[in-house]
Structures are given as C-alpha cells and as structure tokens.
Design a protein around this ligand. Structure first.
Ligand SMILES: Cc1cc2nc3c(=O)[nH]c(=O)nc-3n(C[C@H](O)[C@H](O)[C@H](O)COP(=O)(O)OP(=O)(O)OC[C@H]3O[C@@H](n4cnc5c(N)ncnc54)[C@H](O)[C@@H]3O)c2cc1C
Length: 288
C-alpha cells in the first residue's frame, strides 16, 4: 500500500480539479467505502488524499430546466428527506430507504455510491431506470470542462468506471418524469436494509391504457456491473400488462441475467429471484 504523502481539502471545484490534474489522487467523500477498503488492503492510497467534503456547489438537489440535478456530495439521508426527490424521483428515495443504517446514510454520498461501482450499489439501479446521466468535470487546459454520459454506460466492471483520473463526478442529472411515469425498485437481501443486495430490480416506464412504453428495466448484483435488461424491456414495450405479458417478461428476465454463485446466493437462486420478483413488481405496476 502506498503511503499518503499529501492531504488536500479544497474549497472550490476549480481548486479540486487543479489538484486532480497535477497529482495522483485518491478522492475521499464520506469515506464509508474508501476507509474499509483501504484498511482491509483491498485498495491502496495514491500519494495525494483529497477530501472533497468542503468543495462548494457539490451538495443538494435542484431543478435545472427539464432535469433534476443532484450534487455528488448529497448524502443518502438528504436524498431521503428531499422534497424534489419525493416529487420527481420517489423510486430513488425508496432505494435510499433500504440503504444501510442512519450512520452510513448520514456520511455516504450519492457520488461515492456511484464511483464505488459495486454491482450491488443501491442507488444505481433506480438511477439507471430513471435515465440518469453523470456529469464529470476536469481542467485539462487550465479551464473547467464538463462532459456527460448515461449512467448505464458509466460502469466497466466491479469498482471500475469510465471516469478519467483527472475527472471529478460533480452531479447526476435525471430528466423530469413525463405524465404517466411509473417507477419501482425492489431489493432482496437477508434483511430489509443493512444488507448488501442479493439482487435488485428497477422497472420504469410510461403507463397508459394499461400498457408500458419507454420501458426501462435494470438489475443489480447479477453481473459485474448493474445492467439494463433490453430483452426484458422488449418483452414489455407497448404491451398491455396482462398475465401473459407479465409472465413473458419475467421469463425473459430470468434468461437474460447471468449471475454468479457467491456467499450471498447461488446463481440459480438469483435467477429464480429475478423471475419471481420481476413478475410480482409488474403485477403491482399493472394494478397501481
Ligand atoms: C456498514 C456499511 C453498510 C453499507 N450499506 C450499503 C447499502 O445498503 N447499500 C449500498 O449501496 N452501499 C452500502 N454501503 C457502501 C457505502 O456506504 C456507499 O457506497 C456510499 O454511498 C459511499 O459514499 P461515500 O461518500 O462514503 O464514498 P467514499 O467512500 O468516500 O468513496 C467511494 C469511492 O468513490 C470515489 N469518489 C467519491 N466521490 C467521488 C466523486 N465525487 N468523484 C469521483 N470519485 C469519487 C472515492 O475515491 C472512492 O473510490 C455500506 C457501507 C458500510 C460500511
């Protein structure tokens, strides 16, 4: 493990991006993933440890035109209490309600959950079905530049993302929901919260005349990254949510995922959970 040679606590985005541009940096937000991982020796520190907790403008939820903008430093507890999240993205609050304990929720941030890139990260699946995109800032030529990409394309493997070393994740943007928008999240663990997901499911779409369009389905903890489920989406898109369509979608979901056996569950069990819980969630959406 590399020893930390420098500690930085910038107060502005400009300053933080300057440090990222010059040094090899480990970014610290709430520390709820970083500290246990470094302590256990699973990852090492880079020479500079940069605490971004004081960087202005990275906290809070705002309306930005037709989008909801969530600053990367917004904590899980803040998401749970936020009125704009309750109004426009209640499915994200639902996921936060199944997230760890109060101590972890008070320190853990949305940006940290995303950048930790766990296939079981609880905010990732609801954000993917909400068509969220990440905002990444850097300062390659002395001035701040920003790029965006869909969250569904951000992850490349467990703990790995497309974020470049000189970039900071500054925010997540979610398009405001259209009329008829429905979204559901389900997390299965051995306990309702305080547990890593065995599987998780997100389903969203526009419900009109008993059918879903713009269908989004995503699964957590069944692949090296959270994944969208295009075959399950296709089985649902535009069809009335009757028993036959729901069963076809649940079958597609089971066939589409390729989970692994691990300490939490066997691959077979995860596939059965995906099948049964997709069906149950679609029943709820159909009757809502
Ligand atoms: C007891 C316990 C229970 C937990 N339960 C859950 C749970 O139920 N569900 C769940 O999903 N997670 C859970 N976690 C994991 C963790 O709490 C979350 O992933 C949390 O959101 C991480 O946020 P953080 O601010 O603490 O991140 P940190 O630990 O500070 O950082 C995590 C990673 O992201 C990077 N990073 C952080 N912010 C940025 C940024 N803005 N830009 C670029 N990189 C950044 C860091 O360098 C690091 O690699 C649990 C952890 C513990 C210890």
């Amino acid at each position: 493990m590399t020893a930390i040679e420098r500690y930085a606590a910038p107060q502005s985005l400009d300053e933080a991006l300057g440090i990222l541009q010059q040094d090899e940096v480990t970014i610290l937000a709430g520390g709820t993933d970083l500290m246990p991982q470094t302590k256990a020796g699973r990852i090492g520190f880079k020479p500079t440890l940069m605490n971004i907790g004081r960087v202005a403008g990275l906290k809070g939820v705002t309306l930005d035109g037709q989008h909801l903008r969530i600053g990367a430093l917004t904590t899980i507890s803040e998401l749970l209490r936020d009125p704009l999240i309750a109004q426009h993205a209640p499915v994200l609050a639902e996921a936060c309600d199944h997230f760890a304990s109060d101590q972890i929720r008070n320190a853990g941030t949305l940006g940290g959950n995303i950048n930790n890139a766990s296939p079981a990260g609880d905010t990732l699946v609801p954000l993917i079905v909400l068509d969220a995109e990440v905002e990444l800032a850097s300062k390659p030529n002395g001035s701040v530049t920003t790029r965006r990409m869909p969250l569904a394309e951000f992850f490349t493997g467990p703990g790995r993302t497309k974020r470049a070393a000189n970039e900071l994740l500054t925010a997540v943007r979610i398009p405001l929901p259209k009329p008829g928008h429905v979204a559901r999240f389900y997390k299965f663990g051995t306990r309702p919260a305080l547990d890593i997901s065995t599987i998780s499911i997100g389903i969203a779409g526009i419900k009109r005349d008993g059918a879903l369009t713009d269908t989004r389905v995503a699964f957590g903890a069944v692949a090296p990254t959270p994944v969208r489920a295009p075959r399950t989406e296709a089985a649902l898109e535009g069809r009335r949510l009757n028993a036959e369509a729901i069963e076809a979608a649940a079958d597609a979901a089971r066939d589409e995922v390729s989970p692994i056996d691990d300490v939490r569950a066997s691959a077979w069990y995860r596939k059965e959970l995906i099948h049964n819980m997709t069906r149950r969630m679609l029943d709820h959406v159909a009757h809502a």
